[in-house]
Design a protein around this ligand. Sequence first.
Ligand code: NAD
Length: 331
Amino acid sequence: MYNIVYIPGDGIGPEVVNAAMRVVDATGVKCNWQEAQAGLGTFEATGDPLPEATLEAIRGADASIKGPTATASGVGFRSVNVALRQKLELYANFRPARSIPGIKSRYDDVDLIVIRENTEGLYSGLEHTVVPGVVESLRVISAKASERIAKFAFDTARRQGRKRVTCVHKANILKLSDGLFLDSCKKIAAEYSDIEFDDCIVDAAAMKLVIDPHQFDMLVMENLFGDILSDLTSGLVGGLGVTPSANVGDNAAVFEAVHGTAPDIAGKGLANPTALIQSAVLMLRFLGEKDAADRVDAAVRKVMAEGQAVTGDLGGSAGTTEYTDAVLAAM
Ligand code: NAD
């Protein structure tokens, strides 16, 4: 029996979280689900978008699954996601981008993994006004966090049978900060002689990913570059509606979709839960439940390939429940 925390979140969050829980329960893997709160709704109800009780619950759980949470741009409270990653030291963001049969996209055989450093860079939140009209944001890069994320990338590559890790950086211009990130990756790479290592400047990496994503295997980078390029790679396989992610630290792991709260379709039963279901697949693998993970993944792929019960964002007419029922039937 696993203790799993679920955070419904805002907007379509409760709908897609419910779908993912139904699918996990259908695998037969026994989960003791514990609800915890975070997001805009929680802020409006309690004055705190990320209560300490939620952090405690996540720390005490075997894993957690999270719906998207709303954050206003420019004003208001700090992003729950950024706070969650920093407070729980969820230092590694793991985002696979794998083509799904039946989903129309530019390429049909992409299989990439982006590993993003999750705790520092520009997301350190250190911004200040120097004089009115001039603002500085500090982009923090430390050897400790850089080596830690490089090690995570190489360990993951080894576990998943990946052949090559590419460090993406801008060390030609940001000689100190990205120089340190690149050097840290090189240092760790030397400890993994079974896995190839190379590096690529971020702008060139973006271009190469669009022209021919097959030239990469696993990519590791700092926070902002990872945020942008992982959305790019999700665009290579059908977009945010189908892309899962995992936020992993030494003491906790939170699995969530890459998309947001989709306020335009929230509460209408139209949301595509695939990204969160695929995040649950990552959670099952993290828990060591490989067979269950494979079964869910195969069912999602079957339903997508058949194309009969897909949601509106993918050109179909099924609602969240109808699609989830089809995945359950395929299992
Ligand atoms: P969004 O991802 O919520 O929506 C972008 C578009 O994609 C919308 O048209 C939406 O309907 C569609 N979409 C997204 N997910 C979908 C799904 N599962 N099924 C069908 N269609 C889907 O992005 P946004 O509008 O920029 O952000 C809305 C809110 O979400 C903001 O408050 C933002 O801060 C938050 N957000 C949260 C997370 C998170 O919690 N991980 C991530 C991104 C954005």
